[in-house]
Write a protein that binds this ligand. Sequence first.
Ligand SMILES: NC(=O)C1=CN([C@@H]2O[C@H](COP(=O)(O)OP(=O)(O)OC[C@H]3O[C@@H](n4cnc5c(N)ncnc54)[C@H](OP(=O)(O)O)[C@@H]3O)[C@@H](O)[C@H]2O)C=CC1
Ligand SMILES: O=C(O)C1=N[C@H](C(=O)O)C[C@H](O)C1
Length: 252
Amino acid sequence: MSDQTEALRVGVIGARGRMGTEVCKAVDAAADLELVATVDEGEPLSALPDAGADVVVDFTRPDVVMDNLRWCVDQGVHVVVGTSGFTPERVGEVREWLAAKPGVGVVIAPNFGIGAVLMMQFAAKAARYFESAEIIELHHPNKVDAPSGTATHTAELIAEARAAAGLGAQPDATAQELAGARGAEVEGVRVHSIRARGHVAHQEVVFGGEGETLTVRHDSVDRVSFMPGVLLAVRKVVERPGLTHGLDSLLD
Ligand SMILES: NC(=O)C1=CN([C@@H]2O[C@H](COP(=O)(O)OP(=O)(O)OC[C@H]3O[C@@H](n4cnc5c(N)ncnc54)[C@H](OP(=O)(O)O)[C@@H]3O)[C@@H](O)[C@H]2O)C=CC1
Ligand SMILES: O=C(O)C1=N[C@H](C(=O)O)C[C@H](O)C1
């Protein structure tokens, strides 16, 4: 009997995009994974189960990802989702779909960069000790959504930690404001989005307290930074039915 295990069969939606291209290369280069199908806009999702995909990876757009995800879950295919736009409502909806498909696993990660995951954890840990917290995220100008999914998720984590610590609203005397000058408000945390060439994906979380500030910063300078996280999720999702939100529990 051979001791070789069969390669996990992987399909990619959004395969010709910036992230999809990297994912295809990373899957191709992994001995335990086989790239069996790629789908882009206008191409049928049926190519994925037709090719026998065990796991599908989605890096598309916030306005199409829910339809893709629903379709894959209905087909009983595991999914790893990197596409942004996952509000708590969307996450709840996915959980409901999965309750009706007990064998299927979905991993949704706002950011697959290991450094980014740590940056969010550090920010969540620091949040209770500072009266002020604001987020600055910087991305390439082709990004279609703002604020980024990472910034939104970080704001939610900070808000949760502040609430648990009994912190109230942040001090801010602004009485006159040019619209947008104070950024977008996510769960009481201000988020400022910069879009400029020369950037890939970067975030600073700036905390302020009595006589001190703390800045936690992460930089993805190349999209290869996301690949170890994506491949980890692809390998793990098949043994994790239900929803895994964020990479944290896969890293532990
Ligand atoms: N979680 C993470 O770690 C990361 C998440 N992201 C997120 O991933 C997403 C993709 O980013 P990026 O690769 O830069 O974007 P791109 O625009 O480069 O890629 C998106 C791809 O999806 C395709 N697409 C659009 N609609 C459909 C559809 N209905 N079915 C199949 N394919 C479709 C696009 O095709 P076409 O161009 O022809 O429309 C394009 O090839 C974004 O939401 C981004 O925020 C990005 C980096 C890391
Ligand atoms: O569009 C991007 O590039 C990225 N999108 C994700 C987000 O919205 O947080 C992850 C990373 O920031 C890169």
